[in-house]
Design a binder for this molecule. Sequence first.
Ligand code: NDP
Length: 486
Amino acid sequence: MHTNEDLTIPRDFKKHTLLPEIVHWEETSEHVTWGRTSKAKWHDNLAALLVPIGPLWMLLNWIALEYFDGSLAEAMRAFASRDGVQFAIQHFPQPSYAAFRGYAAWILFQAGLYAFLPGAKCLGQRTPGGHLLSYTANGLMAWTMTHVLFFSGACVLGFWDLATIANHWEGLWVAANGYGFLLSVVALMKGYCSPSFPEDRKLSGSWIFDFWGGVELNPRLGSAFDIKFFHNGRPGIVAWTLMYASPSQFHTLQHSADLIPSDISYAAHQYQTHGHITTSMILILILHTTYVLDFFLHESWYTRTIDITHDHFGFMLAWGDTTFLPAFYTLPAQYLARYPNHLSLSQATCILTLGLAGYTIFRQSNNQKDLVRTNNGDATIWRKPATFIPCTYTTADGKQHSSLLLTSGWWGICRHANYTGDLMMAFAMCATCGTRHLLPWSYFAFMGVFLMLRTRRDEGRCREKYGERWVEYCGRVQWRLVPGVW
Ligand code: NDP
């Protein structure tokens, strides 16, 4: 059995001279030293506790916003002081047929756009099973078409009003949760019975963990419709900006029937409800729209990120993409539309500067890695030739492949500067809401914990994949997220 230490890296490794792919041994998946571990340990099953906890947490947020002035503490106090069943009956969001129908139409419409719109073909990253998959990056066109049609349908043709998401938000919330669970079950069954790429299927030996963490890495319908890529990017993230285009549930302490149907955005709703649009609302819209547009502008880059290259498709991604993304990531904006926060000019300037600085670090670091990897190291970063550590890894077919670990630019300052930039943006978004309530800050708290855990998980995997080369990289670049801190 070969280890990474067996691999000889030529000392005179130069740009454009990536190691040839060498077949060293017979084909067997035993040679794969990276990717998700095959067997779940008993404590891995604990992750499945998040299956009920996630939706309950979203429910608590929804109830706090809907009934308790955005106060999580009040919502929990009320829950503790009353009969639990009675509380649930009184506050649980009600399903509606119209919302289910609308949600199904939304998923089918987005699936149609993904399947049929033209777009650049891009390659993802080689999987542990040895596959190099192709994707169609047509997300920007899908996002644009969706928004043009939504606004035309509402403002020109009068087919629906712009408050339609708002009017049905309660039912949509239920429908999204239902779909997230259904999709997770289908993904599990498909993984067991009909995997698209058996070499990349990981059976953990525990159906509980399989349900949570997924079985298939890249489940597909036919050869082209990538179920994970579609759900990660389209129904949830396209919906973010559309939700802003509808006043959603932001009808201060009133119910859907009291909504003003001519509202065209959270900002407009805030104006109609409170008589003005706050700077904080404008800031959150700028920051969030930047994030969404950036995602679709760089969709081909996204095919080479952890979500696509390493995470298997189970409940974590299926429910996360369909429910958690639209419901949770928009929390600061949801809060602001109900409870305007006034910022002084200096506060607003600081928040915007922090958010845009975070975005710059996020985008530059992600670009630097992508640029250097796609040009086999032949790139200039900050006006100097890129420096990197050449490395190799092995796939299930026993083949050895070459790669590189960038050591200049942001990747020479800390090992996850892209996460640092993301966190700065998250902080700026939450800061627009002020400090009156904890609820909008849960977005930043979540991102902090999530990205720190992701850092640990990712580094373990890189250590397995690249062996001593990874250790060498960590020696050269000491810090993970913030130089001098961690
Ligand atoms: P990265 O894009 O940072 O990918 C990590 C991978 O990059 C590693 O597994 C390794 O993979 C490779 N790598 C690590 N170090 C180096 C190096 N020095 N040089 C070259 N390649 C290296 O992580 P994510 O996919 O998690 O994140 C991508 C972006 O998306 C980030 O900006 C993140 O903040 C954002 N994000 C946002 C989320 C959100 O919910 N808002 C969720 C997740 C991510 P390999 O070698 O196998 O290619």
